[in-house]
Ligand binder design. Structure first.
Ligand SMILES: *[C@@H]1O[C@H](CO)[C@@H](O)[C@H](O)[C@H]1NC(C)=O
Ligand SMILES: *[C@@H]1O[C@H](CO)[C@@H](O)[C@H](O)[C@H]1NC(C)=O
Ligand SMILES: *[C@@H]1O[C@H](CO)[C@@H](O)[C@H](O)[C@H]1NC(C)=O
Length: 181
């Protein structure tokens, strides 16, 4: 009888612990999702910002600075993809001027990656002006590239055009998140 009572108490206790833990965890998840939404909300295109953050599970436990760091990582990944795409496009064209323009694009986008690595360093050091300076410097390279591609009437695959727009939207999101620290 005594043991039976104990066991049922234990069962109740476990049940309480489990449901408490469950509720606690749910609360934690929604709090983190709120942080993502709050941080992305001031961006012109919040869904692009949210998509980047949701692609990295670490965003769930990240603070504001961690969230900015993840957006900068998304930027760097995109710059790398775009640089590779420019390289592939350059090797597919024969016209000398266009080829050399696309090769410049490839180079500028890899310079952008270097700038973004510096942005991450600055962010970790709490140098937020320096962080944004480098995000802007990287963005200028990408914008120069797009402007040149457009000026030369080069037909670029839709996926690349789309990624360039995403890059610009993520840059703006990063700048606004860091501005509000
Ligand atoms: C751009 O590069 C990425 C990564 O290498 C590749 O997956 C993608 O298909 C490329 N996009 C186009 C349109 O070639
Ligand atoms: C990183 O950025 C800061 C601020 O823009 C600049 O002073 C510094 O020279 C940069 N360092 C590198 C390695 O590019
Ligand atoms: C690109 O296209 C526009 C309009 O179609 C034309 O006016 C311009 O001369 C073209 N530029 C080049 C570099 O071919």
């Amino acid at each position: 009888m005594g043991i039976h009572l104990h066991l049922s108490h234990l069962g109740l206790l476990l049940l309480l612990l489990i449901s408490f833990n469950h509720a606690g965890r749910q609360k934690l998840v929604s709090a983190d999702e709120t942080l993502i939404r709050v941080q992305c909300n001031n961006a012109d295109v919040p869904p692009t910002c949210v998509r980047c953050l949701e692609s990295d599970p670490q965003s769930q436990s990240a603070d504001k600075v961690g969230i900015a760091a993840i957006v900068i990582t998304c930027l760097s990944d995109k710059a790398g993809t775009l640089s590779g795409n420019m390289s592939a496009l350059a090797s597919a064209v024969h016209e000398k001027e266009v080829k050399s323009m696309l090769q410049s694009c490839e180079k500028w986008l890899s310079v952008a990656m270097t700038r973004l690595a510096n942005a991450t360093r600055m962010l970790e050091a709490g140098e937020y002006d320096g962080t944004n300076e480098n995000v802007v410097a990287a963005l200028v390279r990408e914008l120069d590239c797009r402007q040149n591609v457009e000026a030369h009437n080069v037909t670029v695959p839709d996926g690349v055009v789309y990624d360039m727009r995403v890059y610009e939207e993520l840059s703006e999101a990063a700048l606004r998140i860091v501005d509000r620290f």
